[in-house]
Write a protein that binds this ligand. Sequence first.
Ligand SMILES: [Zn+2]
Length: 76
Amino acid sequence: MDPRATQVTCPTCKKTGDWLATPWGPFCSKRCKLIDLGKWLGGEHVISEPLRAEHLEKYAGPPTNGHSDPSKAGDN
Ligand SMILES: [Zn+2]
């Protein structure tokens, strides 16, 4: 085995080899790279984003329902 070769594991098929020397690195082949890309697009790799307040706001709706805005009331 060539000691200069960097042994990496293909994320798709787990085959070990000097994949960084290939245009598809760290994948062993174009096919494996496309398979991994397909996983991303297919939602298999889901980046879990922390839930923030602004995500809830669009579902919560306005706190007052049917009442006029207190900041505008009594202005006539
Ligand atoms: Zn592979």
